[in-house]
Design a protein around this ligand. Structure first.
Ligand code: AGP
Length: 372
């Protein structure tokens, strides 16, 4: 009913609107008085975590995209090699695991069979297993050595939105926790990142209030035959997530690419008017990544693409290459997916609605996939 949807047309829109609160709830109480990051259940010693020499993240779908973002943060902060793998592929290639391997399983439902099987395989090989999960007491956290719950609240729409953003927050917290335990980050450095995270709900509220242009754009794009998404660094998983949302909700062909890979093949897809959504990194610091993405935008535009550019507010230089500019509040580079993902969620939702699809219950999909 309309009441259940909190006055929104779809659960998905309600859940998108709940994202600032979901992030705040997931962050609540995570920094102890002693300045330590707090998980929910830890059946491992600090020494076990100090002994970790390799991390594998396993997950499916949107949760896998959260894992891809986590890899950038964890390797940067913790300085331990971290691989991300689709849970359905993990055990079949006989990965090298032992008691100093940490396997992080990310699952909203805690019941995805592919992820559960990857976790069980890791345990058989004596790896330690840490779960990031949104569902209290579900199978994946029950079978894990440590758990960080995302406090997103129930997610009804099949398409994952607030679960994704809270998974990102959980990944950042785990990265900070590991960095702290291993002595590679001091308490004040950790606290500084947590403070930046604590500011994201407000930034996100501002962003959510500025989505009218995106809704208009959606009506425009509903007849496109394909939509491409490009990004670099953490913007790459955001591009993949934007494409996945459009596939699952609008049943349109959509693909995400690492911006740097375009010239190695996918640029041949660009035709007159092909919509290309470009996720631009922050110009802060030396802005090297940003400049590279900007030249990728110029390249696709020169070949006829219609560019939809998601860039940090105040990054006026990108305007010249943007057919549509979607500004997002400034955020530190690693945390930017908490902002840049949101217009893509709304775009997919609105395109699907404009095409007359059931946004909350897309065809052929289930909320949680409990078969392999
Ligand atoms: C996301 O929009 C999807 N419906 C899907 O990819 C989902 O993220 C995936 O099935 C994983 O589910 P889980 O997080 O519950 O394990």
């Amino acid at each position: 009913s309309a009441a259940e949807k909190g006055g929104h047309d779809y659960f998905m829109l309600k859940e998108i609107a709940e994202q600032p609160q979901a992030i705040a709830d997931t962050l609540l109480g995570r920094l102890s008085d002693r300045g330590e990051i707090v998980l929910d259940e830890v059946r491992l010693t600090d020494q076990d975590l100090r002994d970790v020499d390799k991390i594998f993240i396993v997950a499916c779908g949107t949760s896998y995209h959260a894992g891809m973002v986590a890899k950038y943060a964890i390797e940067h902060w913790v300085r331990i090699p971290c691989e991300v793998e689709l849970a359905s592929e993990f055990r079949y290639r006989d990965p090298i695991l032992d008691r100093s391997t940490l396997v992080v399983a990310i699952s909203q439902s805690g019941e995805s069979m592919d992820t559960l099987m990857a976790l069980r395989h890791a345990k058989e090989q004596k790896a330690r297993v840490l779960a990031i999960c949104n569902t209290n007491g579900s199978t994946i956290p029950r079978e894990s050595d440590a758990v960080l719950y995302t406090h997103g609240g129930p997610e009804i729409a099949v398409a994952s939105t607030k679960a994704f953003l809270t998974q990102l927050v959980a990944c950042y917290l785990i990265g900070l926790h590991l960095a702290q335990i291993r002595g590679v980050m001091y308490a004040d450095e950790v606290a500084a990142v947590v403070e930046k995270l604590q500011r994201t709900p407000d930034s996100l509220r501002t962003l959510l209030g500025q989505m009218e242009d995106v809704r208009e754009l959606a009506r425009d794009l509903k007849t496109a035959s394909t939509v491409l998404f490009i990004g670099r660094h953490v913007g790459y998983p955001v591009a993949l997530e934007g494409a996945l949302k459009l596939k699952e909700l609008a049943y349109m062909h959509a693909e995400g690419f690492a911006a740097g890979e375009l010239k190695h093949g996918p640029i041949a897809l660009i035709d007159e008017g092909t919509p290309v959504v470009c996720v631009v990194p922050s110009p802060a610091g030396r802005g090297v990544m940003r400049d590279k993405v900007v030249s990728n935008i110029q390249e696709v535009r020169a070949r006829g693409a219609r560019t939809i550019v998601i860039a940090e507010e105040g990054d006026e230089d990108v305007r010249a290459y943007a057919d549509h500019l979607i500004p997002v509040p400034a955020t530190p580079t690693l945390l930017a997916p908490l902002m840049t993902t949101v217009p893509l969620q709304i775009l997919a939702c609105e395109i699907a609605a404009a095409r007359g699809h059931d946004v909350d219950q897309p065809r052929n999909l289930a909320k949680s996939v409990t078969v392999e």
